[in-house]
Design a protein around this ligand. Sequence first.
Ligand code: NIG
Ligand code: FE
Length: 425
Amino acid sequence: MSLRTRVDLIVHSATQLLTLEGGPQRGTDFGRLGLIADGAVAISDGMILAAGPSKDVRGRYVAAHELDASGKVVLPGFVDAHTHLVWAGDRAAEFEQRLAGATYMEILAAGGGILSTLRETRAASEDALLHSTRARLRRMAEHGTTTAEAKTGYGLDLETELRMLRVIRRLQEEGPIKIIPTFLGAHAVPPEFVGDPGEYTTFLVNEALPAVRDWWVLNAGTDPLPFTDVFCEEGAFAPEQARRILQRSSELGFPLKIHAEEFSSFGAARLAVEMGAVSADHLNRIQAADIAALGRSSTVAVLLPATPFGLADPTYAPAQALIEAGAIVALGSDLNPGTAWCENLQFVMALACRAMRLTPAQAVAAATINAAAAVGCSDHVGSLEPGKDADFVLLEVEDYRHIAYRFGGNLAAAVYRQGKRISPG
Ligand code: NIG
Ligand code: FE
């Protein structure tokens, strides 16, 4: 008679199992992988029951299904902490203009950029948006992403912003990956308010934010409210406007994020800390005082190296200074049609190691447990620990460093979300 507990699935014999156990990582702790040689994970009802050496796990559990991971790395599913997932159309022509010398903010000021995607998104039906967004989610899942944040922000009127939220809701239900929504009504100043960001801010504060909250409560019941986010930037929203929007969001119960110091140094990261934001994102041009403020705070520094890469801009975020200051550093793709159409977090990790000098272990922590903290989900995803969702990736390599060492391809042999294989589908 076996005294072993029966479970749904055991993944065993992983050459390297990376658990990332123990919560978000900062300072000298950053890059702690929880590496187990010949590791196994026991799973029931989509949740992890145990992770440890194969011998121990198989001694305690017996499974209906077994998955042999010999010759492979097994690690938590990647968490993409920052995406502009929902949009219509593309901006290939602007990419060419930028290569010829036009800047991103010049194109926006001339009514292109975000505003060009806004026109296409307003004109797109809900089903058309669902269709193109679903294809992007599928490619993200193929590359190992099992949780992704997803922003609105290409409607900038109530009707289209709510259409984007409906698309996100439908994809939350459909899968294959977990989606954390963000309302980015403050992405740009829309044509109706051109030249008057103050007036548009008043519209967001008085009308849009309460309407989004009411819509969410009516349609999503007890699901947690989305984040709100502001593009705090010269030519978008000034710090005083960002403060008004975040203040009101906070009063309405929304958790907060900020696009900070992507092109300007506005001190938006410090504002994020002051407002208790969950994350401050981009930070390419963050100054010393703001680095220190983030380092002392629990606001996660979300770095998006695919964006300067996508813009052929040599200014990457000062990751080393942020790490030294003690900040919780996470990674995201910034997936969007303007600056970074990138669905592959493996590439983002490879870039983070080269352009910002993260170690491969730090890149893995930044794209798993720390990214989970950046989207408020580190209790559920981001590591392989008992009680968490069984979200994991099998890599077709024996050494996790290959994720960063190789680049441009896909090392994911199989991807699981809540114990079910989502890729290959
Ligand atoms: O994070 N900076 C603002 N938002 C995006 C770009 C969005 C777009 O260009 O469509 C970013 O880089
Ligand atoms: Fe962004």
